[in-house]
Design a protein around this ligand. Sequence first.
Ligand code: WT7
Length: 629
Amino acid sequence: MRIRTFEEYQTAYRHSVEDPEGFWAEVAQEFKWHKPWKKVLDWNFSTPDIKWFVGGKTNITENALDRHLRELGNHPAIIWEPNDPSEPSVTLTYKMLHDQVCRFANVLKRNGVVKGDRVCIYLPMVPEAAIAILACARIGAVHSVVFGGFSAQSLTDRIIDSNCKVIVTSDGAARGNKNIPMKDTVDDALIACPSVKKVIVLTHTRTAISMIKGRDVWWESEMKQVTSDCPPEVMDSEDPLFILYTSGSTGKPKGVVHSTGGYMVYSAYTFQNVFQYEQDQVFFCTADVGWITGHSYIVYGPLLSGATSLMFEGIPTYPDAGRFWDIVDRHKVDILYTAPTAIRSLMGFGLKYVEGKDLSSLKVLGSVGEPINEEAWNWYNEHIGKGKCPIVDTWWQTETGGILISPIAGVTKTKPTYATLPLPGVQPILVDESGKEIEGNGVSGNLCIKYPWPSIIRTTWGDHERCRQTYFSTYPNLYFTGDGCLRDEDGYYRITGRVDDVLNVSGHRIGTAEVENAINMHSDVIESAVVGYPHDIKGQGIYAFVICENTLDDEDLSRRDILATVTRIIGPIAKPDKIQFVRGLPKTRSGKIMRRILRKIAEGDTSNLGDTTTLLDPSVVDDIKDGAL
Ligand code: WT7
């Protein structure tokens, strides 16, 4: 399972393409299965219908916890670093984590959760988030984690879409010097969610909250009512493990569904190989468990590998911009996995926050979530890795479940801004607009994958047709990623960014249509158009062109009203960076907004707007350029 040299990578890759089923069967054998699979893979990309380890029975928590108890029972599974650095960190050994997961699984059962039920998890970055996730998996409930930064409305939409029966939350969350009212948000969300019968509330910030009789129960008192005896539910390899909502180019976020066996095998395989994790190393992934990176590389991948996963509650700039380096120093972190936006932001604070911190424990650095620019790559390499830590620029998506294109640390020769080569089992191809394969090197096109890997998306919750339409219909018999990509002379891949209407703001994925819908909720707004523009720290910023009904007395106040509306509907992460009020939007005669033109204007490049003759009213473009209303 372990690749140690570039030759071994090449051999593994060849094997995985020539005999994918044989290759993955070998990897999967390392796990505990209650019943072996009858067939490794059954698939078609047209329906689509993808099954891995068909007929196999397993439980992912048995593989992530029980399997390690004998040898690693007293080894740290999770190290938790609180928001406030003066508070003590917490270490949970595998034995302790196993105990807590089994107990909380019994709490879920006590509160009416049975196999197949959906449980919403809306928690801060505390060990209980991992415990709740694993407790669901223990009993075969499907978890749907919602990032704590989403609004009550977003939470409502997600709970309703997957018909969750129970929600797990906390009184509040500590982020920097802010106290986020988690339970209040849940209370607001639940006004419109009749499916939720129970709310399990963790005491964390000890904020005063409402507790509703018959519906709301405390985590701590529930845990006292149960034993730690909870045998793992035997799951089919294709039983859904979790739902995670993500934005697309149209409509509401969709619930990406990952299933049990394939996700288990792939998250562990990629964790061990990409980062070259060695027993007893400390792995620090700075993502939130509310995103796929947290699912696969804070919780499942590391724990399935018997690793020590460091979980950090706070933010990189609290109490100051040296916090990550302080954590690396104090916990002797071996592997750090973070996002370019964090690197760029910390870079901006200068080296004084890095100096004096002992970073000599670091061996591997990772990057994820968005393209990493050369300057950030070099800074990360020089000042954090001190020129001796390989950087793995890992490309993947919520839908892919695990890393698909990435260097293998210390094995693959890296090149700044390149995700380099596909991992074993991954068969990327570039296609042109018509879907024709672009062969050879030194080319660019739309990135597709032509063969399934074990943790590929299985469906979108409650709407299989949407899954087909979104990922498998643009190019027949290919999985379409939505990303543009370049393959250089060495065959190295460089992801250039989304080719659809999806923005990547500080590594957060946001659909332009979603932001427009939120802006349009404002009572004064007639119509809006949202585009991305290059932003020094966030990667992309959000630029909104907005038509209002009335002439505005106070533009600035109206801007703030719109921001408040977006925060209410989606959450603060979707707030536009710039709002420009306009008289009209550039539309074609068929009524389609020409985003190409708006993107140019947002970028500040109005010199060459291309052909505007097909516009219904070309004069609106001049008005927008001039900032005229
Ligand atoms: C989109 C997926 C993968 C977990 C976090 C984001 C962009 C992701 C890279 C990278 C360039 C990247 C892509 C992708 N992206 N990693 N290393 N280089 N772009 O997951 O929220 O589903 O977003 O993030 O555009 O499609 P996500």
